[in-house]
Write a protein that binds this ligand. Sequence first.
Ligand SMILES: *Cc1c(COP(=O)(O)O)cnc(C)c1O
Length: 402
Amino acid sequence: MPDDLVRRMRSHQTSIFGEMSAQAIAFEAINLGQGFPDQDGPESIKQAAMRAIADGRGNQYPPAHGLPELRQQVAAHQDRFYGLTPRWRTEICITTGASEAIGATVLALVEPGDEVVMFDPYFDVYAAVTSLAGADRVCVPLTGPGLRPDLTTLAKTITDRTRMLILNSPHNPTGVVFTEAELTEVARLAIKHDVIVLADEAYEHLWFDGHPHVPIATLPQMWDRTITIGSAGKSFSFTGWKVGWATGPADLISAVRVVRQNLSYVSSGPFQWAIAEALQLPDDYYQNFREGLAQQRDQLSSALTKLGFTVLPTQGTYFVTTDVRSLGFTDGNEFCQWSPQNAGVVAIPHAALSDHPAASAPYVRWAFCKQPSQLAEAAERLATGLNRRPTTPLPPFTDRDS
Ligand SMILES: *Cc1c(COP(=O)(O)O)cnc(C)c1O
């Protein structure tokens, strides 16, 4: 442990994604741990980025809060899909991926000692930036067979000490898409206790069959208290470009801008031009994207079911969740430690993204945003590995927080 690291970041030193990706390399395993697609986004958008570089657009510092052309397209996108009409000059901020938007939003709006409420399991960045802000993380579990938000517990957890609620739908890691009824209750509590909502909508276009994404900012009285965050990496399959945005009312966005400009100052000049073009892709781009992903989801879900895992339904995101106890594993940690070496496949235990180990213990997250041949190969390897289990004695589980 580096002794010099500030105390508030000591419990955030290792990333489960980095740890499991290292295992994927060490054991030449198929990495269904980290959520990035193994096929790039549209060729025309790559060409747009290369043209921008060649033409000298964005090779020097772009404007502080994002290229006007990109902010205008983000505004048009929010209107086209959701009927939201953010003003591009004051109500939009371009960021270094959704990650920076999340960090800047928490750091700009949460005081030390405030409470930040989030659903559990959670995207690890929420926990780290809450600690960076000196705030307290309070988790509300997703529960029951479908891992739905526990709204009764939420009602007891949100108090006048709560400054912010972090909402992520479609939800990573569970693949749950919040229903309008669930969002309405979340909104009621946010209004009642005057809480700011950070709506992480990185997977806004990755929802499937009959589970459309509803931005909470579209509900009555919610625009004024919500920062909505988008990710071009996720929406257009360019996770390496790191273009994201935050939209919301001018008073909140102007606060977010102050922090953001002191983190990265500006970001991704030529890629901002390319994403401005991506946001103008026709509706059938999104439709085809969703359909392709839904097929990958179906392929992986049915393969895992055949192998004997209990597979939870996935309504959105890149991820499917399984309960591994049906195969005789004690919990997700045990399975994820066993699998890289013994089956040649990497997955992520929910427990690594949770403050409720008992609730999250059985579950494992698998990324299906991989080519069908990779998914088929992973299924074959798992079948072989499971057939000859146990082979090597399990190494002791290493607690990532120790
Ligand atoms: C990937 C991801 C992000 C980060 O998006 P970037 O644009 O790559 O920074 C944020 N939130 C969730 C839930 C994610 O899965």
